[in-house]
Design a protein around this ligand. Structure first.
Ligand code: SP5
Ligand code: ZN
Length: 341
């Protein structure tokens, strides 16, 4: 399996986030992708290649132009104000407030975000931009006939909606790749999101559509971030009714309940008969993950890959979360090795 990777992810290194009421160093850090890359090489998974440039059009198929323009220009506006700390939101248009777009940089940042977990630094746009091209490069490999590819994206993407950043995510790499498959003639794409957190961004993007099936296994939003999406009764709307499957699990879940949920997701995906599968590959389900509450062990990720392989479809793996940095490479690459058999 080929891996697509760019060093550009190093350009994004947020300083801190609020965890348990304290400012702590960002868990979503550059060494995450470095560890995954090292493990890909150590295990000789296959060649590592640079992304190609697919331009703006496939990104604009998912994200609103005003959102992209804001994100691309935000740092320059901040720097022009003489600031060099991370740009972070502190006010949001919640209930009883208006969803207007203010002129002010902080007002706009609140408008275009849903939490304080996505700091903008000098290199964040470039890193997030390149991650979209990494995903699109994997998409092209599969479009050209490969059975699988690994888009080693960083920053992650599945919390990002059409015009919202949050949850360490800015641009939805998996959604952009899924849309590219459709735009190149696929009729049905399934997205299987195995990250510990619900992929609220991806769900929202495809919620009213039947050409993308979104299936997600995650910590129940009654107790876990993102709290406001990811419940089992969210099954899609309009033409998308029945094409959204949420499988929320209790805190402390280990492989037994997790694999039962995977079985349900795979049965639904098989019934949908997609031409291709995009896996939002987060490994923050790991028992040692510092911000998560599932209990998967490293060998479980081999089984995960094996089960996904049994669907028998061309599969694009897109890196999402995973914060036990020492083990992230072992766990992520275990899924890929399990898939290859
Ligand atoms: C891509 C991805 O995995 N994003 C995750 C964003 C999670 N942000 C909220 C973290 C809340 C952590 N609370 C855990 C407390 C640990 N003691
Ligand atoms: Zn996650």
């Amino acid at each position: 399996m080929l891996t697509i990777y760019s060093d550009d992810h190093h350009l994004h290194h947020g300083r801190c986030e609020i965890i348990d009421g304290e400012l702590k160093p960002c868990f979503e850090m550059p060494s995450r992708a470095d560890h995954v890359l090292a493990r890909v090489r150590q295990q000789k998974l296959g060649d590592v290649i640079e992304p190609s440039d697919f331009g703006r059009a496939p990104v604009e198929r998912i994200h609103d132009r005003d959102y992209l323009a804001f994100f691309e220009g935000a740092w320059a506006r901040w720097a022009a104000m003489g600031r060099d700390g991370d740009l972070m939101p502190f006010t949001w248009p919640a209930r009883t407030l208006r969803s207007v777009v203010p002129d002010n940089l902080h007002g706009q940042l609140g408008y275009y975000s849903f939490d304080g977990g996505a700091p903008i630094t000098a290199g964040t746009w470039q890193a997030a931009w390149t991650a979209t091209q990494v995903a699109l490069s994997g998409q092209q490999l599969i479009g050209d006939g490969a059975h699988s590819a690994f888009a080693l994206c960083r920053p992650p993407g599945h919390h990002a909606a059409a015009d919202l950043m949050g949850g360490y995510c800015y641009l939805n790499n998996a959604a952009i790749a899924a849309q590219a498959f459709l735009d190149q003639g696929c009729k049905r794409v399934a997205i299987l999101d195995v990250d510990y957190h619900h992929g609220n961004g991806t769900q929202s993007i495809f919620y009213a559509r039947d050409d993308v099936l979104f299936a997600s296994i995650h910590g129940h939003p009654a107790f876990e971030f993102p709290f406001f999406l990811g419940y089992a009764d969210e099954q899609g709307e309009g033409a998308g009714e029945g094409f959204n499957l949420n499988l929320p699990l209790a805190a402390g879940s280990a492989w037994e309940p997790w694999s039962a949920a995977l079985e349900s997701a795979c049965k639904r995906i098989a019934a949908y008969a997609p031409e291709v599968i995009v896996v939002s590959l987060g490994v923050d389900t790991f028992k040692e993950d510092p911000i998560s509450q599932f209990r998967l062990d490293s060998p479980d990720y081999l089984r995960m890959g094996e089960r996904i392989a049994r669907l028998g479809k061309p599969t694009l793996f897109v890196m999402e979360g995973g914060y036990a940095v020492e083990e992230i490479g072992i766990n992520a690459v275990n899924v890929l090795e399990g898939f290859e058999g």
